[in-house]
Design a protein around this ligand. Structure first.
Ligand SMILES: [Zn+2]
Length: 416
């Protein structure tokens, strides 16, 4: 049945399928100039659905509520994602021990369950499985290079045993720790992507995006870029700086962006963590699907070919990326069967003034209202400006005591 109206591009909706065992690898796709669509942010999406605790942000849901993780993978696949990232963000043993993992699943159990779920859903379409590691409390607490690398190695052992297709080191605020992660991941011979959660100002030690990218490529990453902490506009701008640095150094890489789905024009170096609304009141900042189409086009024009999302991204955001790049990819995702291109499905609406919105220029020009009288459009971010080495950032296993909290409340009030 033809669901889309006549203004839709003449592209068949459906997931492009490759016979089992014949999928092209991530580097083959990127080398051929193909667009690789990533998936969205699992911790934020699953927190809202009641399966992840904000604060520790650990992914024990992979073992505790596999049906929730499987369903989210399926929705991203249906939205056109080519990558099922294992839900292993903060699944290192030191982070799971740190706090929050109250069911006491082992790191191995969580990492194994996450790999199985990602593989199960990836095999339902043309998607690859990427095993992911992220920054560790051990690094923040000034543990040695050897100790931090041992933490990554434990997760990697599971990824190798489960034979993931490639590896991602993501969400690093310090390029030094990301380099260590890449060096460990490289030992497998699998392709390695590395993304930092930094903006144009550079990492928390003030290393510029260009220099960060050069260091990651030299460490062995074939794909470099940015994820989380900033909005798409800022992330694309930062990846451009990385690309310039890599090219200036005479090196080669593929580029990747997986930004927030929140507008963050007022953010400083620390990104959305410093916003007063983080993490429970960010909703007024959410990008619309039309904002996402703009992001997909800008990323593509900047030479970025691995285009996905992080915190705040829901499946409909990924579908918007797939729709914007449908001509380049040659197909629309299965999820577009229920979505007319640029609002065209509204031509079936009962109300005539809504039918009048069934066109691209209406949605493209719209400035959405927040509906909140007297609500400012920008906030004043926190600016504690501390990082690795500062006493306040030493991680502890026990819950924060009331006494410790009081000290923090006082500091926060003084900083306002
Ligand atoms: Zn994120």
């Amino acid at each position: 049945m033809e669901v889309c109206s006549s203004s839709s591009p003449p592209i068949r909706a459906g997931t492009a399928m490759a016979p089992a065992g014949q999928k092209k690898g991530v580097l083959e796709r990127l080398d051929a100039g193909e667009v690789v669509i990533g998936d969205g942010g699992f911790v934020f999406a699953l927190e809202k659905r009641g399966y992840v605790k904000a604060g520790p942000w650990t992914p024990e849901a992979a073992a505790e509520h596999p049906e929730a993780v499987r369903q989210l993978h399926r929705e991203f696949l249906r939205a056109g994602a080519n990558v099922m990232q294992t839900f292993t963000f903060y699944a290192s043993d030191d982070k799971l021990d740190n706090r929050g993992n109250t069911q006491r699943f082992t790191g191995q159990q969580i990492n194994e369950a996450a790999c199985d779920l990602a593989r199960e859903v990836a095999s339902e379409g043309d998607a690859l499985v990427a095993g992911g590691v992220s920054q560790t409390p051990s690094y923040l607490s000034c543990k040695s290079e050897q100790d931090v690398k041992a933490i990554f190695k434990k997760q990697l052992d599971v990824f190798v045993q489960k034979n993931v297709d490639f590896l991602i080191a993501e969400y690093f605020e310090h390029v030094e720790e990301a380099e260590w992660a890449v060096q460990v991941l490289k030992t497998t011979g699998k392709p390695v992507a590395a993304t930092l959660c930094i903006g144009p100002e550079g990492d928390l030690n003030r290393v510029s995006p260009g220099d960060c990218a050069v260091r990651l490529v030299k460490a062995g990453a074939q794909i470099v870029g940015i994820n989380c902490h900033f909005d798409p506009e800022t992330c694309v701008k930062t990846v451009k700086l990385m690309k310039e640095g890599v090219e200036k150094a005479g090196l080669k890489a593929h580029y990747m962006s997986q930004p927030l789905a929140y507008h963050t024009p007022d953010c400083n170096r620390q990104g959305f963590i410093d916003l007063p609304e983080f993490p429970f009141s960010l909703e007024p900042r959410i990008l619309t699907r039309w904002d996402m189409q703009k992001y997909a086009r800008e990323a593509y024009n900047a030479g970025i070919r691995y285009i996905g999302g992080c915190c705040g991204f829901e499946p409909y955001h990924i579908r918007a990326l797939s729709e914007e790049l449908a001509a380049e990819r040659g197909f629309l995702p299965a999820g577009s069967e229920k979505h007319g291109n640029w609002g065209s499905g509204l031509d079936m609406h009962t109300k005539p003034w809504v039918r009048a919105r069934a066109r691209r220029d209406y949605w493209e020009k719209l400035k959405p209202a927040s509906g909140r009288p007297l609500c400012p459009s920008m906030s004043t971010p926190d600016g504690w400006g501390i990082t690795k080495g500062h006493a306040d950032l030493m991680q502890q296993k026990e819950a924060t005591s009331q006494e410790q909290l009081k000290v923090l409340f006082n500091k926060a009030d003084k900083n306002q």
